[in-house]
Design a protein around this ligand. Structure first.
Ligand code: ZN
Length: 152
């Protein structure tokens, strides 16, 4: 099994079908935990951007830190000047929130729009278990990440 050198999605080639597709919006990147989330979001047919697969989320209890995930390559991508928006689409668990916040802090200095999928999905739900309609709607109705911070 190979991984896409751009987004870390599973792929038969160096660059996956989604990244290689010229009709996708390459200036919008959706950050997800793993490839199952890519499949779940693709199934909604509501998203035309590309992805960035972290390969997990920050979980001190499991000994998973930022350095174990594909976060640096996301920061490099974000600083390339080619992106307009980064959509955080991680699970609404404590670990998901921690990871969102860490990435937000790393990207904050850039001129990117950092958004998060709308939380029609109830707290603690794993992204991949959300039904297609709810998930599709939550991507379309995404909101600035700062808004979710002021709620805390
Ligand atoms: Zn890819």
């Amino acid at each position: 099994m190979k991984y896409c050198s751009l987004c870390h999605n599973v792929s038969d080639h160096d660059i996956c079908e989604i990244c290689a597709n010229p009709s996708r919006d390459h200036s919008t990147v959706c950050v997800v935990e793993d490839i199952r989330d890519v499949m779940a979001i693709e199934n909604t047919s509501q998203y035309r951007g590309v992805y960035h697969v972290l390969g997990g989320i920050i979980s001190p209890m499991d000994g998973i830190g930022p350095g174990d995930l594909s976060i640096e390559s996301l920061v490099v991508k974000a600083n390339s000047g080619e992106l307009k928006e980064v959509i955080m689409a991680l699970s609404t668990t404590m670990e998901g929130d921690t990871t969102n916040f860490y990435i937000y802090k790393r990207l904050k200095g850039s001129s990117l729009n950092i958004t998060t999928i709308a939380r029609g999905i109830s707290i603690g739900d794993e992204l991949e278990y959300a039904d297609e309609v709810t998930l599709g709607r939550s991507i379309v109705n995404r909101t600035p990440y700062e808004n979710s911070l002021s709620l805390k």
